[in-house]
Ligand binder design. Structure first.
Ligand SMILES: [Fe+2]
Ligand SMILES: [Fe+2]
Length: 274
């Protein structure tokens, strides 16, 4: 299988678009899929430059109901006529970020929930060698997470991220059950998500995703002790980690000091064979 970063905040190569968001193209023996789409036209422009045909994509997994992961969904449904979209029903609940005393909408277009190609996932959904799960059963209390809200009939509430899901792709024919985990922003915490993933697929040997270690609206990072603790935990894990997006440059550099080559940056244009 192969994973290519189509949408991310940064790139090391000239000619690509970059934006705050995430979108990954994944090729498996049976599927051409996208894990998240990013917020805008970035995914279409970068896919074209890389020669990746998005009309051939047959499945899309949207990790959670934030615009920087699913904002491009309406246009994707226009240009692609066959892909099913696997998403949590709760992803279409209005989501907000607290920015300077105001609640700023950061959710998805709720009208798209009616689209006939949308498939609402259960807490665990299997699609051939793809497996999507959301029952992490653990939650984080960080300053970057506390700034995120959802709107219910009772008003604004702290987001509990029941709309977040992650994807595991099992390498076909792998004798040791080797599998790769994709997590969007890891709002539920990357270590909790990884533990939950291993209950389903013990052979997870690579992890892709943002670790949400800073608040993109304020630029404030989680405390150094928190970042260092996570780095030590992941350094002791057998998996390799490809991170990006809401991990933030400073947290990446700090964690890299502890994790070395076990932590890689997954910027636009990077392609990883697994
Ligand atoms: Fe998010
Ligand atoms: Fe994000």
């Amino acid at each position: 299988m192969r994973a290519v970063a189509l949408v991310e905040n940064t790139t090391k190569e000239a000619g690509f678009d970059t934006v705050h968001g995430l979108g990954v193209y994944i090729e498996t023996p049976k599927h051409k899929l996208l894990f998240d789409l990013g917020p805008d036209d970035t995914i279409f422009n970068n896919a074209e430059r890389l020669g990746i045909g998005l009309t051939e994509v047959d499945a899309v997994v949207v990790s959670h109901g934030h615009y920087d992961h699913g904002g491009a969904l309406a246009k994707f449904l226009d240009i692609n006529s066959k892909a099913k979209i696997y998403i949590r029903k709760q992803a279409f609940v209005p989501h907000f970020a607290r920015v300077g005393g105001e609640n700023e909408f950061i959710g998805l277009d709720a009208g798209l929930a009616e689209n006939e190609r949308i498939v609402f996932t259960d807490s665990a959904t299997e699609i051939d060698e793809l497996f999507v799960f959301s029952d992490v059963g653990q939650s984080l209390d960080t300053q970057s997470r506390r700034a995120l809200l959802k709107q219910t009939p009772a008003g604004y509430e702290q987001d509990d991220f029941d709309h977040e899901q992650s994807l595991i792709v099992t390498a076909e024919g792998s004798p040791d059950g080797r599998a790769v985990l994709f997590s969007g922003c890891s709002h539920s915490g990357v270590s909790g998500i990884l533990s939950a993933a291993r209950k389903y697929r013990p052979g997870v040997s690579a992890v892709f995703g943002g670790f949400h270690l800073f608040n993109p609206n304020t630029g404030v990072y989680e405390p150094d002790e928190f970042i260092d603790g996570l780095a030590e935990e992941l350094a002791a894990d057998p998996a390799v980690f490809y991170t990006c997006h809401c991990t933030g440059d400073k947290a990446f550099e700090r964690m890299r000091g502890t994790m070395g080559e076990k932590l890689q940056y997954f910027s636009v244009g990077v392609s990883v064979e697994l």
